[in-house]
Design a protein around this ligand. Sequence first.
Ligand SMILES: Cc1ncc(COP(=O)(O)O)c(C=O)c1O
Length: 458
Amino acid sequence: MSGSQNGCCNGESSPQGGGARVFEGGGGAAAESKRLASAHPSPPPARGLATSPFGGGLTAAVRGGRSADPWSRALVTPLVQSTTYVGESLESPPPHAYSRVSNPTVSSLEARLGAIEDCPPAVCFGTGLAAETALFLATLKAGDHIVLGEAIYGGTVRLVRELFAGLGVAYTFVDTAGEDGPRNVAAAIVPETRLVFIETPANPTLSLTDIEAVARVTKRAGVLLAVDNTFLTPVLSRPLDLGADICVYSTTKHIEGHSSAMGGSITTRDEGLLTKIRWVRKCIGNIQAPFNAYLTERGLATLPLRLREHSRNAQRVAEWLASRIGEGVSCVHYPGLPDHPQHELALRQHVGGEFHGGVVSFEVAGGYDAARRLLANLRLCSLVEHVGSVETLVTHSASMTHADVPREHRLRVGITDGLVRISVGLEDPADVIADLEQGLDAACGTAEKAEGGVACRV
Ligand SMILES: Cc1ncc(COP(=O)(O)O)c(C=O)c1O
C-alpha cells in the first residue's frame, strides 16, 4: 500500500514525503520537522559548550536546547498529556497533530538531548530497545547484514538474533575490544553490511572499543557506525566527535538517573537519517510517553554532576574490590583501574580522561553459588535489572540481563556465572564498601548462607 492511500491526518506519509496528510501540507516528514522546529524554537545547539564535562558541559546540561515555553512562558517545560491538538483549519494546522507522532514535552527533551551532543533534536522512544528497534528498521532490510560487538547488552543480542534474523537480516558478532577490534570489524564487513553496532564500555564486561579506529574502518567501507553510549552518556564520551554516525541511549539509565522513567533516544548529525528514524517511529508508534520525557528532562540537568560522583564512587569501589582479590573476589573490571586492558584507551577516549562511569563488574570466587550468596546477603545494594541510578544497584548478568544470550557467547565475552555487576550510586561509598564487605564475608562462608536464586528475563 502506498503512503497516499493511508493519508488522513497524523503522519502516514513516507520519509520521502509521498503521502497525503491533512495537517502536513504535503511536505512529508521533512516539512513536519521544520514546522516543529518553528513551533518550539530552541536556541542553536551550544557548539563547543558540551565538550568539557564539568565546565561547559554543566551549562549545556542545564541550558542547552532550552527556551521558555512559547505559550505559557513557563521556565520548566510543561507536561502536555494531550493525545491530540486542535487545528484552526485545514490550511492552518497545529504544530503538533497527534502525540504518537510528536508531543511538546517530548520535543523539548529532544531539543535538549540534541543540544548537549551538538546535534539537531534527538528522537525519543519509549525505551532504549525501542530506539534500537527503530534504528534497525530505518537502516536494515531483508538481505542486509549487521556487524555487532559481541560484548553488548543482552537485550540487543536477543533483538538481533531472535527478531531481526527472523526478518531476514544476517548478523555477525565480533570482538571489537582492544587493538584487534577494528581489524575484526573490517574482516566481518561484507557487501551486504549496512550497519556496525558497538557498545563501549560494554555491559557488563566493561571492555572498551576504540571508536575512532572503528569509525575509520566503517567510513572506508561506506557503512554506518552506531554506538550505544548508555553507560557514559555524552558527558563522558563523544562518539559523534570521534567519527561515529549515530548514538543510541537507554535514557532509562544515567540520563533520567532516578529509576523513575523508561526511555530511549537516538542522536545523529545526519538529517536524512533523522527524518527516516522519525518516520519509523511514526509508523510503529514507539514514541516516549510525555510524563517520562518530563522526568528525563529534569534528570538531564544534573547528569554531569551525577556522573562525576558516580565515577568517583565507582573508582573507590573498584579499587576496594581489587584489594579483595584472593579474598572472595577473583577479578575486577573497571576502565579506571590501571590494569584494565584498555586503560590507556579510557584515558584517551573518555572526555577529560578522569572519569570512567558508574558501573563496575567483578567475579566472585566460587562461581554461581558464591555470587548468589553474596547477592542474597547485601543489605544496602539493591538486586535489580538496572544501572545508572542514584541508588547502588547489583545485577547477576548471566541469569538476569544476559539470560537470553547463548551460554557459549556469554562465556566467550567473560559473562561467567560468578560475574556481578554493580552500578555505584550516590550513597557514601564507604557504606557501599561496608555492605560489599559483609556480603562477601557471608558469601565466602564466614556468615550465615542465604537461600533463593534469581531467574528473570527482561
Ligand atoms: C547498554 C544498554 N543499552 C540498551 C538497553 C536497553 O534499554 P531499555 O531497558 O531502556 O530498553 C540497556 C538496558 O539495560 C542497556 O544497559
